[in-house]
Design a protein around this ligand. Structure first.
Ligand SMILES: Cc1cc2nc3c(=O)[nH]c(=O)nc-3n(C[C@H](O)[C@H](O)[C@H](O)COP(=O)(O)OP(=O)(O)OC[C@H]3O[C@@H](n4cnc5c(N)ncnc54)[C@H](O)[C@@H]3O)c2cc1C
Ligand code: SF4
Length: 690
């Protein structure tokens, strides 16, 4: 915190630190005529701290710094120590907490800063996803600690709980240190909580079972944390109470990192610490593919929470379709496998809109998941549309005929955010798509060669592989064409999409994009350009199929500000209600003055139902914006249920262990006004009022 003293009379030292000037002043202060000298060093020009705080505040806990998606290797500190505090995202959270005086330093902080080698891996990963530089924050944290006196550190004694928990998981893997605890703020711990927490990292179901039994016999609440991708989206909102913990034990599952691929049975045994990306990468080595969603989400958590809603759902299924067997631990600490003969039917749950649960029924510690063959004639078909109904018609028709592995309608906003390396380029890209190209939706299908021919025969034109590659590498150049003569001429075409993707302008357009790894790398900070030139030279980064499988783009949706995905499931028999449903979200977003847009619509179960995601975007550092998002969440969920054929997102959370047939059948009918009141009361009880 910057302090101001009435009289600063003596400059004693000026120190240069990594190009940033720290003016250190030993203070001689005259107050009421008495001259006093302070030993404390005051940093007057805390520009580096200010800059670092700006970065830290923009962090969204997207989790992209916790798996190796750019072949940089992993943060060595996080890999060794495990707790969130040692990972780049945790360091950013700790720095923010210290600057905002939410937590006081402990001796652990010294170990945390010393464990960072300033290797810069996190800058590359984070820049790809969010354009932040976490290494700057790591450096500022080191400088901060260097300036502390011995007396600035608080001492946290062990208590009986931590002693007992350490006996279960080992000395190293349980802590009540407030600095470590505070790194979990904004993902499982609410910002205004007292630091009355223990963090434990059990290595397997047996240790977890003992932790739960201990928690129960000592009245300690607990919750599991995996990748934090859902928890961090819920944390700034009204959903925080239901998803978060007020006190007790955070069970961090990262140490459960067993991963075995069994090619002969096309299955994988996946521990609760394994991310979607890690599973997919291993599966790929055997020419197999897992059904995965967000890259940083842990597979076990994804199955338990949202059932893995992915663009591959039409072929590979949802919820219990995803696994052969699961190992779970229940709330009494019993270890239960779905394959155990003596248990009750584990695949069924109560049906209906009042069945809402925002905590997991069981903690999944291991899953035997299905893998699917990858065929060597797979291709991507990308069909651009101005009109949503045309996109729906194509996507659903293809799904109902059982064609395609992955099938999704992407909105203009998603396309722009995924492809663009910076938010500004995304903004310009989206503007060009809307204003000049009239590309508002793209039906995006991965299928085999024969299916591709059939799909191509159903439409006038598609965006081919080479143009897609050019769009990925050339989007910085494309954004400079905003308001150019070229774009104006294009927009005057009768069918601009055809002209640019299948007509005479295609060749000129591709040339104009100057799409090379070297050109896209120029938008990054100078010291990162060489790295990104090499990264974008790898075929994977422009391979549409690889990108669908490994999903390293979607976290760009939460770069430097949050988004909250709403939506749910609609029976395609009620397709006529789809546009009303979308319009309802538009209305709620406008009413609450939010940036909002359709995300995607993806058919499931041979087109019997479809999953829709509609997103509200907001600045998580703006309290007023958070209030507006809260209102939008509640209203959109209530109004979703008043439309025939729809189950809102909150209704299928934490139903991923059940058979989809039990969760979704029979078709939901619109609820009455009285039921809406009931639903509101129920929500109030679960999440608290808005
Ligand atoms: C950019 C972005 C895109 C996303 N896209 C998709 C998508 O397409 N499809 C989709 O399905 N989801 C998507 N999500 C949501 C999110 O990834 C999933 O909900 C995922 O399951 C969260 O996994 P996680 O490991 O991050 O879990 P966390 O956020 O750590 O935990 C989520 C919830 O599950 C509980 N939990 C954690 N581990 C376990 C466990 N082992 N057993 C039981 N409960 C557990 C936690 O207590 C918490 O309530 C997206 C999220 C983001 C940020
Ligand atoms: S700079 Fe520090 S925080 Fe970043 S990856 Fe390296 S060790 Fe981890």
């Amino acid at each position: 915190m910057i302090e101001y003293y009435p009289f600063l009379t003596n400059f004693l030292s000026v120190k240069t630190f990594n190009n940033e000037i720290y003016i250190k002043l030993y203070l001689q202060i005259t107050i009421l005529g008495v001259e006093m000298t302070s030993e404390k060093i005051l940093t007057l020009e805390k520009t580096s701290f200010k800059g670092a705080l700006e970065i830290a505040k923009k962090g969204t806990h997207c989790g992209m710094c916790r798996f190796d998606f750019l072949e940089t290797g992993l943060c060595p500190s996080g890999k060794k120590h495990g707790f969130l505090a040692y990972w780049p995202q945790g360091r950013m959270q700790i720095f923010k907490n210290l600057m905002e005086e939410k937590v006081k330093p402990t001796e652990k902080l010294i170990e945390i800063v010393n464990s960072c080698s300033l290797c810069g891996i996190c800058d590359k990963q984070c820049n790809f996803a969010t354009q932040l530089r976490p290494e700057k924050v790591a450096k500022a944290l080191k400088d901060y600690v260097e300036e502390l006196d011995k007396g600035d550190f608080q001492n946290i004694p062990e208590d009986k709980n931590i002693i007992a928990l350490r006996k279960i998981v080992g000395e190293e893997w349980a802590t009540n240190d407030p600095i470590i605890t505070s790194s979990y703020i904004s993902s499982i711990i609410a910002p205004d909580s007292k630091f009355n927490f223990y963090i434990v990292m059990p290595k397997d179901a047996q240790e977890l079972s003992k932790v739960i039994k201990y928690a129960n016999s000592n009245n300690l609440p607990y919750l599991p944390r995996s990748g934090g991708t859902l928890l961090s989206m819920a944390a700034p909102t009204v959903l925080s109470n239901a998803f978060g913990l007020e006190k007790g034990i955070v069970i961090d599952l990262l140490r459960m990192n067993q991963l075995e691929i069994h090619p002969e049975s096309q299955t994988a045994m996946v521990g609760a610490g394994i991310t979607a990306f890690e599973l997919q990468k291993e599966a790929h080595k055997h020419n197999l593919r897992a059904n995965v969603a967000e890259a940083g989400a842990h597979i076990c958590a994804n199955i338990a929470s949202t059932g893995i809603l992915s663009t591959w759902g039409n072929k590979y299924g949802w919820a219990a379709d995803n696994f052969i067997d699961v190992e779970t631990v229940d709330d009494e600490g019993n270890i239960i496998n779905h394959s155990d003969l003596e248990i009750e039917n584990p695949y069924t749950t109560e049906y209906g809109f009042t069945n809402i649960s925002l905590v997991p029924p069981l903690i999944v510690t291991k899953v035997t998941t299905r893998l699917n063959p990858v065929f060597d004639d797979e291709e991507a078909v990308f069909v651009p549309f101005e009109n949503i109904q045309d996109a729906i018609d194509l996507s659903f028709k293809v799904a109902r005929r059982g064609m395609g592995f992955s099938n999704v309608i992407l909105s203009r906003k998603y396309l722009a955010e995924f492809i663009s390396p910076t938010p500004n380029i995304a903004k310009d890209f989206e503007y060009i798509l809307e204003k000049y190209m009239k590309l508002n939706y793209a039906v995006d299908i991965i299928c085999n060669k024969d299916e591709k021919k059939i799909i191509e025969s159903m439409v006038d034109y598609t965006i081919d592989k080479s143009t897609l590659k050019s769009l990925i590498l050339g989007c910085p150049k494309l954004s400079t064409l905003k308001d150019s003569e070229f774009m104006k001429i294009l927009s005057e075409e009768k069918d601009p999409l055809k002209a640019i993707f299948a007509g005479p302008m295609k060749e000129h357009f591709e040339k104009a994009l100057e799409a090379t790894p070297e050109n896209i790398s120029k938008i990054y900070d100078e010291d990162l350009q060489d790295f990104f030139k090499k990264a974008y030279s790898k075929p994977e980064l422009t391979n549409i199929i690889w990108l669908h499988e490994h999903r390293i783009f979607p976290s760009r949706l939460m770069r430097q500000r949050m988004f909250l995905p709403m939506g749910g499931v609609i029976w395609t028999e009620y397709e006529k209600n789809l546009l009303d449903w979308i319009n309802m979200f538009v209305n709620v977003g406008d009413k609450n003055k939010l940036i909002h847009a359709l995300g995607f619509i993806s058919p499931f179960d041979q087109g019997r139902f479809a999953c829709l995601e509609y997103d509200f975007y907001y600045d998580h550092n703006d309290p007023d914006a958070k209030k507006r998002v809260d209102k939008a969440i509640i209203e959109s969920q209530e109004r979703s249920l008043q439309i025939d054929g729809i189950l809102s997102a909150l209704n299928f959370y934490f139903k991923g262990l059940y058979r989809k047939e039990h969760v979704l059948f029979p078709i939901a009918k619109a609820i009455s006004d009285d039921d809406r009141e009931l639903f509101r009361e129920l929500l109030k009880n679960i999440i608290g009022g808005v």
